[in-house]
Design a binder for this molecule. Structure first.
Ligand code: GLY
Length: 365
């Protein structure tokens, strides 16, 4: 998960009112890849492929495949945290700028790389989105084998979530976001009794996951030296979700949007809040109207905030980030919360090593 506190770094002036000098000014002809904080390796892989002449969509998919296949990333693909039944269900979408086509899959089980299946939907069908069993059968028709996607680490967290249901601190799918996420530190004695074979560090992590279920996700956007653009978003979605819950990641216009004339945008964090503002589309349309990427991501965040009447106490529970890459290579990312000393980051590669850059933020100090 890109938990709100997990990806914060150092200090800088990044708030909504900070000088525009903090916006990234990239050159117009350089290839650029950006991604969420968990996408450093994805950006490097995508850039390597762009430099060897690969298509922009193939490049970003190859990038996120690294994270989808990584059992240690518990928010995406193989090793992702499961639904309430202990089954990993994945969502993904792709958009290819030059052909103006897109594809997505939602609530697909058994396939480690749902981004590749989203691309198959785009390439081989007249449809945009396949879900559930149909998406899995479609993948199998193209030679993919159904696999068990849950790792021992993810299963431990799921069992700890079940244990947490015996307490008042449990995360409950039938309560609103406002009512959830109030749990305190792990009741270690109780957990050690229930799971004597698991070490304390793992139990503390699993309790955090159980009571503050992550939304995970990786978004990756690229522009090549010809100005061609593509994007992908892929996730295991909300941990412990009701089976069949679909977040924003596979929703074209929410978790991902690319318009070859303008740029691309994506999101990580609480998918329901992004769906309510169609964040990807909102950001691209803001850039079309002339807003720089930095202002465009803040515009989407303001719409999320408006849905809570700008009530910062309620918004304090929300983890949501937006990413924007304009066709000329300028980029930005924004999160709801930050401070000058502690802010979120996103991943960038514009030709050298991948690096983290600071997110702007809507609220903080
Ligand atoms: N942003 C990922 C999800 O909500 O499923």
């Amino acid at each position: 998960m890109m938990n709100r506190r997990e990806w914060f770094l150092g200090s800088a002036s990044l708030a909504a009112g900070a000088p525009a000098a903090f916006a990234n000014q990239s050159s117009t002809k350089k290839p650029v890849v950006i991604s969420s904080a968990n996408g450093l390796a994805a950006c490097a892989k995508a850039m390597e492929m762009l430099r060897s002449g690969a298509d922009t969509l193939d490049a970003v998919i190859a990038g996120v495949n690294i994270v989808e296949l990584d059992p240690n990333d518990t928010s995406v693909g193989y090793g992702g945290l499961p639904n309430e039944e202990g089954v990993v269900e994945l969502d993904a979408s792709v958009m290819h700028g030059p052909s103006r086509r897109c594809g997505s899959v939602a609530a697909i089980q058994g396939i480690k790389t749902p981004s590749k299946i989203a691309k198959l939907v785009m390439e081989h069908t007249s449809h945009v989105m396949l879900v559930g069993e149909g998406a899995l059968k479609f993948a199998e028709a193209y030679g993919y084998k159904r696999e068990d996607l849950i790792t021992e680490k993810a299963r431990t967290a799921w069992l700890v979530w079940k244990e947490s249901l015996k307490t008042e601190q449990a995360f409950n799918n039938w309560r609103s976001m406002d009512e959830n996420l109030a749990a305190d530190a792990a009741p270690m004695n109780r957990l050690k009794r229930a799971f004597p074979e698991i070490n304390e560090e793992t139990l503390a992590w699993a309790w955090q996951m159980a009571t503050h279920p992550p939304y995970g996700t990786i978004n990756c956007l690229a522009v090549n030296e010809k100005g061609e653009m593509s994007g992908v978003t892929t996730t295991s979605g909300l941990a412990w979700k009701i089976a069949g819950r679909v977040g924003d990641s596979p929703i074209i216009g929410a978790g991902l949007y690319v318009d070859q004339d303008v740029g691309g945008a994506g999101s990580t964090g609480v998918g329901e809040e992004n769906i309510r503002v169609a964040g990807g589309h909102t950001i691209v349309e803001a850039m079309r109207r002339g807003m720089p990427p930095r202002d465009a991501v803040l515009e989407a965040l303001k719409r999320v905030s408006r849905n809570y009447n700008d009530n910062k106490t309620r918004l304090d529970k929300l983890d949501i980030e937006f990413y924007a890459l304009r066709k000329d290579g300028e980029h930005a990312a924004g999160s709801l919360w930050g401070s000058h000393r502690s802010y979120k980051v996103y991943s960038v590669n514009d030709g050298g090593e991948s690096r983290h850059e600071p997110c702007v933020f809507l609220y903080g100090s």
